[in-house]
Design a protein around this ligand. Structure first.
Ligand code: MN
Ligand code: MN
Length: 260
């Protein structure tokens, strides 16, 4: 079993529509530890172990400080798990990860492809991280699941970067083939249908069920070297139900990271 460092990145300055995800990390932890659920994932692995170290939350003023902070947590020879934050944080995290893993695959679960070349003039907007990530050249395979907002520009971007998209329309989760490289999982909470996850900035109906995403994670057969959960917006949540979903997904992903 590997050691895993957990970091909270309190940053939502790259959100195009609403602020709020910067508040998320401590609230997801609070849901996890409030006594409502135990700390076992469904595969029987507990996340109550000395092999997980919580590095705490980081208030970010400069965007690329995220890369430095993540790099510090990787130097301790651990895998990295991040609570965001808006989705812009994934690019500096992947940049830091590349110093250790030059070639990776990514499983990206989201309502949105986040492939804009720039959004309202900002190349680092939360609508752009996967364009920046593919430009690094260090991702052999980017697999996107749950997408239901493609427009002409993003279809062009997906073709340019050879992105493998599994859109909600006609979704077949069994069609995703096995990953060959070390895998990073990026889970945008708006991938879920808003019925399961009202606490997001962008309500996009017609999304994934909780069970579909859990099954997707559980069926991953690869070494997961890093992961993030992003875009939980507590300002829009209802009875903390999205915080509890994020906490459940945190358990499932951490347990998966322990498997290999
Ligand atoms: Mn996203
Ligand atoms: Mn999204």
């Amino acid at each position: 079993m590997h050691n895993i460092n957990v970091q909270g990145i309190k940053f939502d300055k790259k959100s195009s529509y609403q602020q709020g995800p910067g508040l998320a990390p401590p609230l997801i932890r609070e849901a996890l530890h409030c006594g409502s659920m135990n700390l076992f994932a469904e595969n029987g692995i507990t996340i109550e172990t000395g092999q997980i170290t919580d590095k705490g939350d980081f208030e970010i003023s400069e965007y690329f400080d995220i890369e430095k902070i993540t790099g510090g947590h990787l130097e301790e020879d651990a895998k990295i798990f991040t609570l965001g934050g808006d989705h812009s944080i994934t690019y500096p995290i992947i940049k830091a990860l590349h110093s250790k893993h030059p070639v990776i695959d990514i499983l990206h679960i989201d309502a949105h492809a986040d492939l804009y070349d720039n959004y309202e003039g900002d190349k680092y907007s939360h609508a752009c991280p996967f364009a920046r990530i593919m430009e690094t050249g260090g991702v052999e395979r980017l697999v996107q699941v749950g997408i239901r907002t493609l427009n002409t520009h993003q279809i062009e971007q997906a073709e340019k970067f050879n992105v493998e998209i599994h859109p909600m329309k006609d979704l077949k989760l069994d069609a995703i083939s096995k990953f060959k490289n070390p895998l990073y999982i990026s889970l945008d909470i708006d991938a879920f249908d808003p019925a399961y996850a009202p606490g997001v900035s962008h309500h996009e109906p017609g999304g994934l069920t909780s069970r579909e995403v859990i099954r997707l994670i559980q069926n991953v057969d690869a070494e997961v070297i890093g992961a993030d959960i992003v875009e939980y917006n507590p300002n829009r949540d209802f009875q903390n139900m999205t915080a509890f979903l994020a906490a459940k997904m945190m358990k499932e992903i951490l347990a998966k990271m322990f498997e290999k």
